[in-house]
Write a protein that binds this ligand. Structure first.
Ligand code: WTA
Length: 576
C-alpha cells in the first residue's frame, strides 16, 4: 500500500508552531526541562493552582477563561479571576463540610460552570475529585461511589433522584450538595473567597476516573497533581495553544479528555476555552465554531463522521475561517476524515493517542510534522514508546504487537483505587502495556491496529462488556449474556449482546414481534440501570454462549461469528 503523506509547509515568525522542530526537541528534551512551564511552591505543586490561580498574578487576571453556552442558548462567561474566586469559595465550603486532604469528592453534573469551578476547588484543598457522566444510572453510579468511598457528592436536582435510590448502599457518602438549590448557591455566596491553596506534593492524588476493562467492575484510575506537567506541555506542543486562541474541546469531564484538555492542560496555558453544555448537533456545532471564532478544535472521530454525514452545504453556511488547528482523539481516525477536513476546512485533523491511564497525550501528530494519513504520529518528547510482545520484549519496526510505554511519565496513573494488583498487572518487563495493538514503521510513526482485549469503543466511550452483561443478567428474562463491540461505520463500534433467555420466556416469545419487543425492553433496561449511552443497540437471542472449560465467555468467538471470520483456536473451548 502506498503511503499517503500530508506535507506541512514550514511556518515561521508568528505562525511558527509552539513545537517547531519535533526531531530536535524529541532528542534533547527531558521532563526536567518542563519545570519552568508550571509554577511550583518550592518542591510542591498544585494542578488547579496552575490551571487558574497563577494567571491571576499576571495580565491574564481579567481575561475570559470560560465561554459557556447551553442548548437553550443561555450564555455565561468567567475570567480567570472569577474562576479562581469561585473555586476558592467551593473549596472553603467543602472544608466546612469536613472535607480533608485525600477525601474523595465526586461530581455528578452536566457540563455546567459549577462542574468546572468545583473541580478546581476540590483540587485546591488537596482532596481528590472524581467525575461522573450525567448519563450514568443507578448501577453505574453505585459501583463508582461505593468503590471510591466518596465522602461528598455534588449534583443537580434532576440527577439527585438516581443517587437517592442507592444511598443506602453508600455508607461512606456523608453529604450530597445540590448545586442548583438555593441553599447551595447561598452557601457559596457566603463562603470566603480567600483560600490557602494546599501545597500538595506532586505525587499526591488529585483526580480519579472510572474506566472499563474486559473483566470486572470499572476501575478507579488515580492521577496525581504532577499530571498537569505533561498535560500542559502536550496542550502546548500538540494542541499548539496560544494566548490569542479560542479553543474548543468537545469532551465531557466525565472522560479524561475533558479533565486534561478542558480544565488542566488548556487553562494552564492561559487559553480562553469554550464549553458547550448541549448534545451533538451539526448545525449548532458549526454555529458555535463561527460565533466564538474558535481557532483550535479538539474533538473525536465519531463526531467528525457525523459531521461528514451532515454534508458540506451546512459548513458553507458558516464562517469558519478563523479555525487554524484541528485535533482528534479516542478512536481510530479514518483517512477519509482527514481528507474531508482538508477539503471543507482546508485543515487536517491531527490524530492523538492516549488513555485514561496515561493521563495525557502520549503519541501524536504535531503541527510541525508531516502526517502519514492513518497513523497516530510519534511519541511526545520525553516519552519512550515501542511495540512489544506479550512478555515485554521489544519487537522493533514493522511488527504487530502491544503499544507500550516506558514508565514513568509525569501523567502516568498512580494506582487503581483499592486494587493494587490490577495496577501491577499493567506492567511487564519494565513496560506499561496499553491493551492496544499497533505497529511502528521505519520512520518512527505509530499505527493503531486494534484492542488486545474485549473493551468496546462506542462513539469514543470506553465500555466494558462485563458491565453490560451484568446489567442484562439482572433482567428476569435473561440467563446469560455475552457482549461485543460490532464495527459500525458511524460510531466506530456499537454494543451487540448475545442473550440466552429463560426457558419459559423463550417459549412465550416465539413470534418475531414478541422477540423484537423483548429486545427493545432489554435495551431500555440496560439504559435505565447502567447508562444512557452504554446499552446494546443490537440484541440476538442464542441457545448457548461459547465458553472456556473454566466458564469464561469467549467473546472473541462471538465476534468472529458475527463478522463471519474464522473462529481461530478453540482448544480451550467447552463443547459448543
Ligand atoms: C482508544 C481516551 C485509535 C484506544 C483518551 C485506547 C484510540 C482507548 C486513539 C483509551 C487513537 C484512543 N486511535 N484508538 N488516536 N485514542 N484510542 O481511556 O483503544 O477512554 O486504549 O481514553 O481509546 O480510551 P480512554
Amino acid at each position: 500500500m502506498k503511503e499517503e503523506i500530508y506535507k506541512k509547509k514550514k511556518q515561521t515568525g508568528d505562525h511558527a508552531p509552539n513545537l517547531d522542530d519535533y526531531a530536535k526537541v524529541a532528542s534533547e528534551f527531558t521532563w526536567k526541562d518542563a519545570r519552568p512551564y508550571v509554577d511550583w511552591f518550592d518542591g510542591s505543586l498544585n494542578a488547579a493552582y496552575n490551571a487558574v490561580d497563577r494567571h491571576v498574578q499576571t495580565w491574564r487576571k481579567n481575561k475570559v477563561a470560560l465561554y459557556w453556552e447551553d442548548e437553550a442558548g443561555n450564555e455565561k462567561k468567567y475570567t480567570f479571576d472569577e474562576l479562581s474566586l469561585l473555586s476558592n469559595k467551593v473549596g472553603n465550603l467543602l472544608k466546612d463540610f469536613g472535607v480533608e486532604r485525600g477525601d474523595r469528592v465526586f461530581l455528578f453534573l452536566p457540563r455546567i460552570p459549577e462542574l468546572y469551578f468545583s473541580f478546581l476547588g476540590i483540587l485546591k484543598i488537596g482532596a481528590i475529585a472524581g467525575t461522573l457522566f450525567s448519563a450514568f444510572q443507578e448501577q453505574a453510579l453505585c459501583d463508582r461511589l461505593e468503590n471510591s468511598g466518596a465522602k461528598v457528592l455534588l449534583t443537580t436536582r434532576d440527577l439527585k433522584s438516581r443517587v437517592d435510590a442507592i444511598r443506602k448502599k453508600l455508607p461512606e457518602l456523608k453529604h450530597i450538595l445540590v448545586v442548583d438549590e438555593p441553599t447551595f448557591t447561598k452557601s457559596v455566596e457566603k463562603s470566603s473567597d480567600v483560600l490557602h491553596i494546599a501545597q500538595t506534593d506532586p505525587d499526591d492524588y488529585a483526580f480519579m476516573l472510572y474506566t472499563s476493562g474486559t473483566t470486572g467492575k470499572p476501575k478507579g484510575v488515580v492521577h496525581s497533581h504532577r499530571a498537569v506537567v505533561q498535560e500542559h506541555m502536550t496542550a502546548r506542543w500538540v494542541l499548539d495553544l496560544r494566548d490569542e486562541d479560542t479553543y474548543w474541546c468537545t469532551a465531557d469531564p466525565g472522560w479524561v479528555t475533558g479533565i486534561a484538555y478542558e480544565i488542566l492542560g488548556s487553562w494552564s496555558n492561559g487559553v480562553a476555552a469554550l464549553v458547550y453544555a448541549g448534545r451533538f448537533d451539526p448545525d449548532r456545532w458549526y454555529t458555535l465554531l463561527d460565533k466564538y471564532n474558535v481557532t483550535v478544535w479538539y474533538t473525536a472521530p465519531t463526531a467528525i463522521r457525523m459531521l461528514m454525514a451532515a454534508g458540506q452545504d451546512l459548513v458553507k453556511k458558516h464562517n469558519l475561517s478563523h479555525l487554524r488547528h484541528l485535533c482528534s482523539v479516542g478512536e481510530p481516525l479514518n483517512p477519509e476524515a482527514i481528507r474531508w477536513g482538508l477539503k471543507v476546512f482546508g485543515l487536517a485533523f491531527h490524530d492523538t493517542w492516549w488513555q485514561t491511564e496515561t493521563g495525557a497525550i502520549c503519541i501524536a501528530n504535531y503541527p510541525c510534522m508531516d502526517i502519514k494519513i492513518g497513523s497516530m504520529g510519534k511519541p511526545v518528547p520525553g516519552l519512550t514508546a515501542s511495540i512489544v510482545d506479550d512478555k515485554g520484549q521489544d519487537l522493533g519496526i514493522n511488527k504487530e504487537g502491544n503499544i507500550a510505554l516506558k514508565p514513568k511519565w509525569p501523567s502516568m496513573m498512580h494506582t487503581i483505587w483499592r486494587r493494587p494488583q490490577k495496577y501491577q498487572s499493567y506492567f511487564t518487563n519494565g513496560w506499561y502495556l496499553s491493551g492496544d495493538r499497533g505497529m511502528l514503521d521505519k520512520d518512527g510513526y505509530f499505527w493503531f491496529i486494534g484492542r488486545a482485549d474485549d473493551v468496546i469503543k462506542t462513539s469514543g466511550e470506553r465500555v466494558g462488556p462485563f458491565e453490560v452483561e451484568s446489567a442484562l443478567v439482572a433482567h428476569p428474562a435473561v440467563v446469560e449474556a455475552g457482549v461485543i463491540g460490532k464495527p459500525d461505520a458511524m460510531r466506530g463500534e456499537i454494543i451487540k449482546a448475545f442473550v440466552v433467555l429463560e426457558k419459559s420466556v423463550l417459549e412465550s416469545t416465539k413470534t418475531k414481534a414478541a422477540q423484537e419487543k423483548l429486545k427493545e425492553e432489554l435495551s431500555q433496561y440496560v439504559k435505565k440501570h447502567l447508562a444512557g449511552h452504554a446499552y446494546p443497540r443490537e440484541i440476538e437471542f442464542i441457545d448457548k454462549l461459547p465458553k472456556t472449560r473454566s466458564g469464561k465467555i469467549m467473546r472473541r468467538i462471538l465476534k468472529a461469528k458475527e463478522l463471519g471470520l474464522p473462529v481461530g483456536d478453540t482448544s480451550t473451548l467447552e463443547d459448543y
